[in-house]
Design a protein around this ligand. Structure first.
Ligand SMILES: C[S@@+](CC[C@H](N)C(=O)[O-])C[C@H]1O[C@@H](n2cnc3c(N)ncnc32)[C@H](O)[C@@H]1O
Length: 286
């Protein structure tokens, strides 16, 4: 994966460009959280026939779940900046049976006219942008009067991947944050800016904003989807080689013992493995 901003001054805050692609990672993540995301969609009580935009749709699995709810009389568009993500979305999701289409484009540009959609869904995307409030204003302008913008950001609360040593946990969290600060040239403030999603919605002009945090929890027996996510995305991704230089040698070794499938201390083999993380949903009504 590329995306360092130093190489592409035109990239978004978190390094996205039309050429950048990290579809495998997005697919693993969407599949891991499928039960909770389908639950969030069900709670929206979307009417059949709804016109929906998924702004920053990634590889588009969630877009398809939205389309399943909108039904054959609905119409759903998945929009993403990345050509690679749009190609993956088209490949992964049969778009023939459902009124669902994917298109490459920039959600911060005015692509759709006023009142085009009944609902705009944007998930783990607004935090990638330099001007999140302006982007929400642009999206809000595409929603019909009485329609909704649904903004979701994960991990606003610190996740617990398993019960472990508090000091080592803090060291790993700090290492991950330092890695991101360096990679994207972010300040300490910018790293946690997404916690302000409620404020962003108010600043974008929504007078009614409902917020709710949904908790995802996993214990044994873990499904293969869960194992793929924890092993590849968390252990080898977030906590992989890239954070090695931000940890001292003893902490790196301790982390390896917990995350290496060959180790006696391997976390995913523990009968008491217990992981918790959050998805925070902010719903603004026009
Ligand atoms: C973390 S991913 C989330 C994708 C998807 N919502 C999901 O949950 O899997 C952020 C996505 O936003 C897209 N993106 C970033 N800036 C964008 C922009 N200005 N317009 C449209 N999409 C954008 C990226 O290409 C990427 O697919």
């Amino acid at each position: 994966m590329d995306g360092d901003r130093q190489d592409r001054p035109d990239a978004t805050l978190l390094g996205d460009t039309p050429e950048r692609s990290y579809g495998d990672k997005l697919e693993r993540y969407e599949r891991f959280l499928e039960p909770e995301l389908r639950g969030i969609i069900a709670a929206l009580e979307i009417a059949p026939g709804a016109r929906i935009l998924d702004a920053g749709c990634g590889v588009g699995l969630v877009t398809r779940w939205l389309a399943e709810v909108a039904g054959r009389t609905g119409s759903v568009v998945g929009l993403d900046l990345s050509h690679g993500h749009i190609e993956a979305a088209e490949r992964l999701n049969g778009t023939r049976e459902l009124p669902l289409r994917y298109m490459q484009g920039d959600l911060t540009a005015t692509i759709f006219g006023p009142g085009t959609f009944d609902l705009v869904w944007t998930y783990n995307t607004i935090n990638h942008l330099d001007e999140p409030v302006a982007a929400l204003e642009t999206l809000a302008a595409t929603v019909v009067s009485g329609g909704r913008v649904v903004l979701i950001q994960d991990l606003l609360l610190p996740e617990m991947i398993f019960a472990w040593d508090e000091r080592l946990e803090q060291a790993v969290v700090q290492a991950c944050r330092a890695y991101y600060r360096d990679k994207y040239g972010l300040s300490h403030r910018q790293i946690t800016d997404q916690r302000n999603i409620y404020g962003w919605m108010l600043q974008a002009g929504f007078e009614q904003v409902a917020v709710k945090t949904v908790v995802s929890e996993r214990v044994q027996p873990l499904s293969q989807t869960d194992i793929d996510y924890f092993q590849h995305s968390v252990f080898e991704g977030h906590w992989g080689d890239r954070v090695r230089d931000y940890l001292d040698a003893a902490d790196w070794q301790a982390l390896q013992a917990l995350t290496d499938p060959e180790s006696d201390d391997y976390a995913l083999a523990r009968p008491d493995f217990h992981a918790i993380q959050t998805s925070t949903v902010a719903i603004g009504t026009m």
